[in-house]
Design a protein around this ligand. Structure first.
Ligand SMILES: CC(C)(COP(=O)(O)OP(=O)(O)OC[C@H]1O[C@@H](n2cnc3c(N)ncnc32)[C@H](O)[C@@H]1OP(=O)(O)O)[C@@H](O)C(=O)NCCC(=O)NCCS
Length: 184
């Protein structure tokens, strides 16, 4: 079971016992409207359905814990072919603005290249999500193209900005070596 320790967080695979708290944090339209797939609201049963879907192997999800309490989720999504992942992520509103998204994404990026041997990581955000744009910039991603995509919670199509990051580009970032304390 992969566990990653960052300066403040533990990233570990999801457990069914996380479902209630993850449901409370993510049943917030300001979160689900910025994601492609999350329903609004997101009740515990729907969180457990998502956890059960992870056994399919298309998504490698980590729950981020602060002092043993879940605060958010970050995932590698493997749907673009071998060696490539797309990162998806969210952080519960009580924890916004403290650098947690940046901290968990940097650790996930490093695990992608160093543990999973990825060649490239992609990420995207709806164009009305400047906080995510800032997090993505702080992780060193390079902007590529825009497409139109669905948000399940919004029920409408919205423009998405896409980015990519190679292993070489990630390793050149000043934060890379300290992105985690230990991966077990
Ligand atoms: C996007 C999200 C993950 C950010 O989480 P966070 O823990 O607050 O992020 P961080 O604290 O690491 O960084 C946020 C950065 O965005 C900046 N920011 C926040 N709101 C902003 C806004 N409206 N306009 C511009 N920048 C903004 C912050 O100042 C900070 O940058 P700084 O460190 O240079 O000051 C969180 O808001 C969230 O979960 N949103 C809903 C789901 C989502 O958007 N997921 C990503 C899908 S692509």
């Amino acid at each position: 079971m992969e566990q990653i320790r960052t300066p403040r967080l533990l990233l570990r695979p999801s457990l069914f016992e996380d479902a209630t708290r993850l449901s409370e944090l993510s049943s917030d339209f300001d979160i689900s409207r910025m994601t492609s797939r999350m329903p609004f609201p997101n009740p515990p049963d729907s969180v457990r359905q998502w956890m059960a879907s992870l056994s399919g192997g298309e998504e490698l999800a980590h729950v981020a814990l602060l002092n043993n309490a879940p605060i958010g989720v970050c995932s590698h999504l493997f749907r673009q072919g071998p060696g490539v992942s797309e990162i998806g992520y969210w952080v519960g509103k009580p924890y916004w603005g403290r650098g947690f998204a940046t901290e968990m994404l940097r650790a996930l990026i490093r695990s992608g290249f160093e543990i999973h041997g990825l060649d490239k990581i992609t990420i995207r955000h709806f164009i009305d999500n400047p906080a995510s744009a800032r997090v993505i910039a702080k992780c060193g991603f390079v902007a590529t193209h825009r497409i139109t995509g669905q948000s399940r919670a919004r029920g409408t199509a919205t423009e998405l900005q896409n980015y990519k990051l190679s292993g070489a580009q990630a390793r050149a970032q000043s934060w890379y070596a300290a992105a985690w304390y230990a991966a077990e």
